[in-house]
Design a protein around this ligand. Sequence first.
Ligand code: AHR
Length: 518
Amino acid sequence: MHDPERHTMATPPHDAELIILANQTLGKIEGRLWGQFIELAGRCINGGIYDPDSPHARPDGTRADVFEAMRELQPTHIRYPGGCATAYFDWQELVGPREQRPRNKLFRGLGQSQSTAFGIPEAYGYAKELGAELYLTVNAHTQSPEDAANLVEYLNGTGPTKYADLRRSHGREEPYNVKLFGLGNEIYGDWQPGQKTAAEYVAWCRRAIQEMKLVDPAIDIVCVGLGRPGPEWDRIVLKGLIDRIDMISVHNYCGRPVFRDCMAAFRVYEEMFNWLDVAVDEAMDTLLTRKKRPGFAFDEWNVWYRSKHGPVADLEETYDYADAMTVASLFHVMLRNTRSVTLSNISLAVNTCGSIFTDKMRCVRQTIFYPQKLFRAKHSGRAVRTVVECPQFAAKHERFFCGIVDVEKAKDENLPTLLKFDDVPALDVMTSIDEKRGRMSISVLNKLEEHPLRTALTFRGVKPNMQRVKVHRMTGNSIAAVNTLDSPNNVGLETQTTDLDGAFTFPPASLTLLEFTL
Ligand code: AHR
């Protein structure tokens, strides 16, 4: 919960103070927290990851340069095939010999067509090569619960049964052992074929989960949540499914054309998690038997407010330095909430809201790639509480899905959907301690555009080595800096080593990660 008393002015000569409380663990940083999302939409897979016509294509049609960039992010899991694409594909169209699959599927709403060549076996192979788990979304929109169970049998069945035999006839004897399934995507929305009411969705899921788990009891199930304070969707879905699900998913996209406002987006996400905590607890109270509390699958989030859906350049954003700071700040929220968040993946990996951007010949790591790479490498172990004393500022932000707000309309300061915050802390901090690696990492965003903050570092319950501290920082000479195919290195990462005297000056509009040995 946000506590305004924790954010006051520090005493001179410092502008701010961080008090690291090493004995107060917020949650563990383990498991499915660093996923990527690859969707059969836009140019994410077709024309991005999978591009047989590119000079960078490997024999299987996937691009070597894109794969190398993906590998740098060390994803824990890969979500596939959607997104909205979930509702357009029957799973049977995404398996078997390519020449027997439909050549293209039309997404009526977007006027896009997508090749089925990169299907489930291809996505499985791609994830495996990355050392990641495949997270499959199931078409709960236009397919039946029986179809969902048949898919599990196809993937994981070991006996001489119809769908396991179908897999064998496709040349794969051993089971795939896919263990993670999401049931539908944003199925509450009218932008989805097969939109359902919460009650219809609960009925579909109860039947599907029962049948899917009869085939393989070891699978994990994610259901669709909304995460928006107030409405009945989450209450109905959670009460109806609390005894059967392992996770509930929430999505959100953010951003505004004003730097200060983008720096407040994390408060919206905090509210979303606070709300969901209450909703899950309420549903748990209705259970008569003991069951593990479902986690949150934060499986679509990113900056998205400029680009639009369409048949060409679908959701293709050029991310700037400010967007990378926003993404870092959202990672902080996720990492501070790992008691509840048990799965997270930014949306998406390539081209469509992509961290990686391509044309036929080239591939660039966008600005938002770098906080992901840094945090994946340096935050591990456990998240610990940090008291932050610092200046505050006022800002405002949409509560939900900025991507669907018209950019012109977003300039209206009095939009009723805007939340107003007058106490956004200038420093946004996340501390992790990994005893096994003997490491403490403190990542800090200075959200003031003009002012450096000389910050005292106080440690309780831990004595880090103040010599040879590694200072990692995101480079870039302005909040508007972008990496493009023509100019790919304006924003990146840089590391220096220094001795600290108990304080550090965080430059204006910056992301810094201090890495201490313990
Ligand atoms: O990220 C792009 C789209 O946004 C996804 O397909 C959908 O789930 C969301 O609305």
